[in-house]
Write a protein that binds this ligand. Sequence first.
Ligand code: ATP
Ligand code: MG
Length: 324
Amino acid sequence: MPRILTGIQPSGTLHIGNYLGAMRPAIDLQERGDAFYFIADYHALTTVRDAKALREHVLRVALDFLACGLDPAKACLFVQSDVPAVTELSWILSTVTPMSLLEKCHSYKDKIAHGIAADHGLFAYPVLMAADILLYDSDLVPVGRDQKQHVEVTRDIAIKINQQYGEVLKLPQPVIREEVATVPGLDGQKMSKSYKNTIDLFLEENVLLKIVKGLKTDSTPVEAPKDPDQSNIVALYRHFAPVEDLARMENDFRQGGTGYGEFKNRLFEAIRDHFRPFAERRAAILAEKNYVEKVLHEGRDRASAVASVTLRRVREAVGLERLV
Ligand code: ATP
Ligand code: MG
């Protein structure tokens, strides 16, 4: 059974980009492998500086992931910092990581361009991510396209370790679903928690409607034909609407005579209906006291057991264990 691993940062509220690009693929894959899914709180420290907010985000990410269908009987859900071995592995990996490898990473450059402080944690983030993946001997890593390069960096680092010390680390593969690789945000750029362009999961209906109405559109008049392939609205609608509704929207775009306001209403309804059963499950989880904490504790124990075996192997290989 392949080991499958993915992480989500508690850097804010989860959005439909996270859902389509990472959570839904991960939830589908939990049926087909030994799944380890974690909440990347060490990573989130690079952007969240408020301790209370970080704690709240961690629990909310866990809750929302469970509500969307993560089954703790199949997938191990845990908090990254509950298994601190990852930071030790990260250090060991950083000793073989060329600066030039990190200097090439787009995600760092994109975040800097969005005004996020260029501190060392943000720069070194791909090394910690490599440690996340390698610590759990992962085979498959379902991610959005923005993370593809980081999985490649992970492979490069693992190869360096293996060349130096023998076959110590397993090389992972990214799993990217092309159709949801980069879900656009309200402004048409990649939807990102830290870019303030998100449609969040589990919004109140009136808030969701208001946000969907805020999608950026051009000034084509109502009566004019429009190109569905150029539209944010269609790009999002296709993931939530039944095929016949999508075909109708594409047709109405080409015909002209329908305004963006109407198309946004249809998108709002499709998102609302898609998440309705998950919202019900979410309410049920919330009603069960300490359920989320219990899942995270069990997850920590399972993850720690795997992590300690790998870390021991690496420590022995590099000479940190004093063998008797
Ligand atoms: P941040 O802005 O803090 O980096 P984020 O919204 O990019 O947050 P992450 O926690 O970094 O979310 O990413 C979690 C997972 O969601 C990753 O696998 C990432 O590739 C995926 N993902 C994030 N945004 C999108 C998107 N717009 N489309 C597809 N996948 C996405
Ligand atoms: Mg991100």
